[in-house]
Design a protein around this ligand. Structure first.
Ligand code: OOG
Ligand code: MG
Length: 260
């Protein structure tokens, strides 16, 4: 097997992320790539963003619903890093430099205290959470046909591309987040629906799981960080001209226009 050069792979992935050019899976060349090595590659890739003055502003969990695990053929959750340039300032997605973007409805927890250690419980998350936003995440795997193995998708920063938060912040105690029904419409037609409980039975468990996974890598969730908890429904493919309306029952509707 070829000797693994994590730095060179990180440089390559960064290039494909920045330019929206698809690539063959890393595991084609390195079939024995481990998940730990893949997280090292992710870290080095995002270090390059930080060096370009694009700091990490949050974290995302992915593959937190059984349906998504089955459809992507990966059987455990993953985490990724969110940087400033990934956050859309208005609900308009430009797809010119993307490969095969998909959009999924999520919740974002924003923290006002540090969360660390391997023993975080739901009540620790509630004590540390400042507010919850409704959110849409845009994922765009850099791999051909949106197909990958677990180490591949981890190395590609869990397919992170863009995200947008709703305008309204909700108090964490505002509602039962697992009971919220979410319905996605594309160009006026319903395309997906689901409940908050699709995310590990309750979205709070996603933040618990994230702190455990981060603890293994000596990382903590810092105050001010946002956490995307994972898709509530399957992700929906979008193209130029599409309009998405995502209704979070009893809360708000998020819209996203897909432009060139
Ligand atoms: C991996 C990222 C999945 C989620 O919320 O489940 C994700 C992928 O499916 O490309 O962001
Ligand atoms: Mg997601």
């Amino acid at each position: 097997m070829k000797r693994l050069d994590v730095k060179a792979i990180a440089e390559k992935i960064d290039y494909h992320q920045q330019n929206g050019i698809e690539m063959v899976k890393i595991t084609n060349e390195y079939p024995e790539l481990t998940v730990e090595e893949a997280y090292d590659i992710q870290k080095l890739t995002i270090q390059r963003y930080v060096e370009r003055n694009d700091p990490v502003i949050g974290w995302k969990m992915g593959l937190t619903s059984k349906a998504k695990q089955i459809s992507m053929g990966v059987d455990e959750p993953i985490y990724g890093r969110l940087t400033e340039s990934m956050e859309l300032r208005e609900p308009v997605l430009h797809v010119k430099d993307l490969i095969h973007p998909k959009v999924e409805p999520e919740f974002a927890f924003v923290m006002n205290k540090e969360l660390k250690g391997g023993n975080v419980k739901p009540r620790d998350v509630w004590a540390a959470a400042d507010g919850i936003y409704l959110a849409l995440e845009v994922i765009d795997s850099r791999y051909e046909n949106f197909k990958f193995t677990l180490p591949d998708v981890v190395a590609d920063n869990a397919s992170s591309t863009k995200f947008v938060l709703g305008s309204q912040v909700f108090s964490p105690s505002y509602t039962q987040w697992d009971q919220v029904k979410v319905t996605m419409h594309k160009n006026g037609e319903e395309v997906q629906s689901g409940y908050g409980k699709a995310v590990l039975e309750h979205p709070v468990h996603s933040v618990v799981e994230l702190t455990k996974m981060m603890n293994r890598d000596n990382l903590t969730i810092k105050p001010g960080m946002a956490v995307l908890v994972g898709g509530i429904t399957e992700a929906v493919s979008v193209e130029e001209g599409d309009i998405l309306n995502v209704e979070y029952e009893g809360l708000d509707t998020l819209n996203l226009a897909i432009n060139e």
